[in-house]
Design a protein around this ligand. Structure first.
Ligand SMILES: O=C(O)CCC(=O)C(=O)O
Ligand SMILES: [Fe+2]
Length: 319
């Protein structure tokens, strides 16, 4: 049993911040209010729930149906989802499976994915669905990152920062464990406790919950699935960029029922150096992390020492 499994649950819910308002534009008073709510939520929890109705119910339904269709395919077909980047393609680990699409906000890249799965003629409708969904969520990611950078007084780096990342889209299916002998559904660990290694993650749970986030005082919050909202979460690279001003929260998936989720990850591009700007370094805030490239960090994460480390980022920066 790992030490996390004995932690108590909290009855708190994550803060909900409204991003649906079309008049939410930089410089407006609504923007400034949302910006301060984002900062507070991220300082407190490392994540929040964004209500974002630009993504229509129909589109979410289509993404869900696309996932059902994809995961029903034979395993040999799903294994054709390969990528030159390690751990970007099909993953299958006990109850958890996932499919990954790099640059999912670029239609040709999603078409390439569909062509891998269906070599004869791709799948126009699924490609368009995934592309549109990723594109719309990337707009939420950009708004959140702009707010964070403004809030920490480093907005002059915003364009450079936004150009330094791309998007990985991951669709996941967690298959229900078989019922226990007495017919009682057992709760199983679907995904072990971890922090995300990238910049920002935007998650959506499709009807069935299971995502849990660890609070600073070591309690688990069960994140209820919500139809019109997304979970926005800080990753380790954002923590490093901000010289530790925000932390990436530990989270895991505990499941009883078969469950689907999606994640849009903003990820630093190869060869970009992640380093906090001098504005965030002073006597009170000495530089915590060494400048690094994302790939080196990920390679370390996949070593024995990286997997064992309590904080991958701190252990990596100590190397
Ligand atoms: O399925 C979920 O809700 C969480 C997935 C996750 O944490 C991840 O892919 O990093
Ligand atoms: Fe995660």
């Amino acid at each position: 049993m790992d030490s996390d499994s004995v932690l108590p649950y909290s009855c708190f819910q994550l803060p909900v911040i409204d991003f649906s308002d079309q008049t939410l534009k930089p410089g407006s008073s609504k923007w400034d209010q949302a910006k301060s709510d984002v900062r507070k939520a991220l300082e407190d929890y490392g994540c929040f729930e964004a209500s974002f109705d630009q993504v229509s119910m129909d589109l979410k339904k289509s993404v869900f149906e696309a996932m059902q269709e994809l995961f029903e395919l034979p395993i040999q077909t799903k294994q054709r989802n390969v990528s030159p980047k390690p751990f970007y393609g099909y993953l299958n680990n006990n109850l958890y499976q996932s499919l990954g699409i790099d640059d999912a906000n670029v239609l040709e890249k999603v078409n390439d994915f569909a062509q891998q799965i269906w070599p004869d003629h791709g799948n126009k409708s699924i490609s368009e669905t995934i592309h549109k969904f990723s594109e719309q969520l990337s707009e939420l990611d950009v708004m959140v990152r702009r707010m964070i950078m403004e809030s920490f007084g480093i907005e002059k780096y915003i364009d450079e920062h936004l150009n330094s990342t791309n998007y990985l889209f991951r669709m996941a299916k967690y298959t229900s464990p078989p019922d226990a002998d007495d017919g009682v559904e057992e709760t199983k660990l679907g995904l072990r406790s971890h922090t995300d290694k990238n910049t920002i993650t935007i998650l959506h749970q499709y009807q069935v919950g299971g995502l849990e986030v660890k609070t600073k005082d070591e309690k688990w919050i069960k994140v209820k699935p919500s139809q019109d909202s997304f979970i926005v979460m800080v990753g380790d690279c954002l923590c490093a960029l901000l010289n530790g001003r925000l932390s990436s929260p530990y989270h895991r998936v505990m499941m009883k029922k078969t469950r689907y989720s999606t994640a849009l990850f903003s990820v630093p591009k190869a060869e970009v150096i992640i380093d906090s700007p001098e504005e965030l370094v002073d006597e009170e805030h000495p530089r915590i992390f060494k400048p690094f490239e994302y790939n080196d960090f990920i390679n370390f994460f996949h070593t024995e020492a990286g997997r064992r480390a309590q904080s991958t980022l701190q252990a990596f920066c100590a190397t």
